[in-house]
Design a protein around this ligand. Structure first.
Ligand code: AMP
Length: 125
């Protein structure tokens, strides 16, 4: 069920719980600003989620309210994960679903990192 990205941050959301180690994850990277882990239902051979440590509902919330250090740290972490997993030369795709029409289901900003095979058209119609 897609979320309303205009609602306030809910600290009980599943990725907040994952950040607090209340639920397990298969982490592949973490630093001061971000954590990356395998998506539980992968849609490509490589399907990693990268999330900021800060409490941001969506890309919109993050873009509007995160500090310059948080934004820099998060963007660099996404690049670092892609590079470390050998995805730069073959190529990869980033996706940040936002709100209802975007199909966002978890109310903590996450960027999907897809790769490992040709990914086909950008949107299924
Ligand atoms: P979105 O539709 O962009 O909000 O994507 C949410 C993503 O989170 C989906 O691809 C889910 O498979 C993934 N997901 C949900 N719960 C977990 C979890 N506990 N660990 C890893 N990935 C998860």
């Amino acid at each position: 069920m897609p979320i309303d990205a205009t609602l306030p941050y809910d600290p009980a959301n599943i990725f907040a719980r994952l950040l607090r180690d209340e639920i397990p994850s298969r982490r592949v990277y973490e630093d001061e600003w971000a954590v990356a882990f395998h998506d539980i239902a992968p849609q490509a051979p490589e399907h990693i989620l990268v999330i900021p440590r800060g409490a941001y509902v969506s890309w919109d919330d993050f873009a509007a309210n995160a500090s310059a250090d948080e934004i820099t740290g998060f963007v660099r972490a996404v690049g670092t994960v892609a590079r470390a997993r050998g995805l730069v030369a073959p190529g990869y795709r980033l996706l940040a679903n936002t709100g209802g029409d975007g199909g966002q289901e978890v109310a903590h900003l996450h960027v999907h990192l897809f790769g490992g095979a040709p990914l086909g058209p950008m949107l299924a119609r």
